[in-house]
Design a protein around this ligand. Structure first.
Ligand code: 3DU
Length: 211
């Protein structure tokens, strides 16, 4: 089973497709975020799926009223995204507006230092929201494996944990998995390396060894 998600945060369509082609053997999914969507256009989602033949996660971190979330998510699912990442703090109506259209992943805690200011203090409420809404998964921080364990202990069975913050942000793939994550998200450590395929292979093997 593959557990690696490539965060493809480059601007250029050609470069994105090339990295996707090189690394796809080791990926469970590819995650696109605003940099690539703004740089290459929404059609890059379909092109990536055709190139890499893996699920596509659109990391838009939607955080708007239900109607606007619905309008945005509609376009993104139509473009071929399999999962859309939404913020939970806007409330369950905003999250459900997206879930009615397709699979969602809810941010319950982030990996950067500033996450301790506002998001971490309300994580319990966001975990409860996820348990009620039953998304495909939640986002939890690889930079704080103890928080992954905590979130796992509170989360309803079957909801996946996807964890960014490995590599460039200092987190360890193995520790994240051991703490209870299902999938590990890696961006710069792979796409900025001289040999993205080799880097992806190493992460894949590290993740296989951790199980
Ligand atoms: O730090 P990296 O280059 O490995 O990229 C991490 C990706 O995951 C990037 O797209 C970022 O926007 C996303 N992400 C986080 O890093 C932390 C979060 O809490 C949520 C998403």
């Amino acid at each position: 089973m593959k557990r690696l998600v490539l965060a493809l945060d480059v601007y250029e369509r050609e470069r994105a497709l090339e990295i996707a082609r090189e690394t796809s053997d080791y990926l469970w999914a590819i995650k696109v975020n605003w940099p690539l969507i703004l740089g290459a256009g929404l059609d890059v989602i379909k092109e990536l799926k055709e190139t890499a033949n893996v699920p596509l996660i659109a990391d838009l971190k939607l955080a708007d009223i239900p109607n606007t979330n619905r309008l945005i998510a509609g376009k993104v699912f139509e473009a071929g995204a399999d999962y859309v990442i939404v913020h939970g703090f806007t409330g369950r109506d905003s999250v459900n507006a997206v879930k009615e259209l397709g699979e969602v992943i809810i941010v319950v805690e982030m990996s950067h230092p500033g996450a301790e200011e506002f998001i971490q203090p309300v994580a319990d409420g966001l975990i409860k929201l996820a348990n009620d809404v039953r998304p495909f998964g939640v986002i939890a921080p690889a930079t704080r494996p103890e928080r992954i364990s905590y979130i796992r202990s509170k989360l309803r069975d079957g909801i996946k944990i996807l964890t960014p913050g490995v590599g460039a942000q200092g987190g360890s793939a193995k520790k994240a998995l051991e703490a209870g994550a299902d999938y590990v998200i890696v961006g710069r450590s792979i796409y900025e390396s001289k040999n993205p395929r080799e880097k992806a292979r190493k992460f894949h093997e590290e993740l296989m060894g951790a199980i």
